[in-house]
Design a protein around this ligand. Sequence first.
Ligand code: SAH
Ligand code: SF4
Ligand code: F3S
Length: 439
Amino acid sequence: MKVFLATYGCQANERDSETILGLLAEMGYEETAEEPQADVILLNTCCIREKAEQKVFSYLGTLKQYKQARPGLVIGVCGCMAQEEDMPKLIRRRAPHVDFILGTHVLHRLPDMIRGAGHGAGLRCDREETGGIAEGLPSARRYPFKALINITYGCDNFCAYCVVPYVRGRERSRLPQDVLEESRRAVAEGALEIMYLGQNVNSYGNTWGAAQGRGGFAALLCQAQEIDGLRRIRFMTSHPRDFGDDVITAIAECDKVAGHIHLPVQSGADRVLARMNRGYGREEYFALIQSIRRRLPDAVLTTDVIVGFPGETEEDLQDTLDLLEEVGFDSAFTFMYSPRRGTAAALMEGQIPLEVKKARLRRVMEAQAASSLRLHRLLLGRELVVLAESWEEGVLSGRGEGNQLIHFPGGPQGVGCFHRVTVTEAQTWTLKGEVRGGE
Ligand code: SAH
Ligand code: SF4
Ligand code: F3S
């Protein structure tokens, strides 16, 4: 029996897909890359922006032919879209060939769902929030050499534009012993790098936290640092409002913790930040950048920016452009604001026309491209410690400590190993380099 799995969205979904494949492997399913061979087709979906959702619906459209040809084929929708209130209705209308919808809180019930699917039962839906964290689920890791590990689930921040708190539920932190146990197991199974995942890693532990005498995120990093055989620890995403000095100290003191901080700013304008409910202002963001730079001079900073948030003026955009210029991010994900059903911002006045958003996005992307190129050129001649992740036609590709994507000559056996790579060519999005010494 075979399963085809399409994953959309962020690393939370990438991680869930590993669990999905783990659960299916226990049922005897093998993964296939060809839909026509699959007995089960699953979509692990994202709804962060409208485009993400459109992509899923258009893919679902293409699956209709397979279902018609083979009525026994099981098609399931998992992930964040599954949690949207009106999704059962939308799927019934737009993709009636879907057999089931399974929510993000009940992944462990996937085997039941698959066993019960078909038999003319119509669309089944299971997404009741359970509140607890299901520990110990199997997982089939995508890469043996790097492990994605959740430290928190959900989000409590309710940024006005964002659907995540609604589709992923309240923030819950896993216990440190569970996180560390999973980390040790991943390393024992060959992982050299782990990536700690949370929508706001800086609030790790808030739900049980200091009151019980356990440390938060900084303490977790320091404990992970002690794992023998582990080479690098990454984490994502940092929230500027909650980013404490103790985390800066942990990064400075723990040599395995990568000096890369993804610190989404979203906007450079105080007015917009307040309406977004981000909980910090422009000056606070600058102050945080300064303390990071003072204590971690080599740290690489990256960010996310949204343009065209309701009410954003030309001056607000200018503030964002100034901030990008002043901070100098190594790279940035830039997005046009996309209204999401059920979020506060979708109902705000001052929605910005698409053409204006597009023009602003272009300006922000151009400014960021210039920054990226400038910073990448500073790396020429420097050596990066790179974990190679893939190989194609004599070229290895991997990421440096600062998450910089770099390509360099090498053989396929170099995948999954660390290399010392000297940067020889700098482009906006990527670097090229070569290995001059040993590992
Ligand atoms: N928890 C992370 C980000 C999760 S979503 C954080 O707080 O930074 C990833 C990025 O998508 C966000 O940082 C934001 O820039 C963008 N995003 C989220 N909702 C959006 C929306 N409605 N429209 C456009 N971009 C959005
Ligand atoms: Fe969304 Fe804000 Fe939570 Fe990030 S912190 S997931 S942007 S609500
Ligand atoms: Fe998308 Fe869900 Fe992640 S909405 S960005 S897959 S948490």
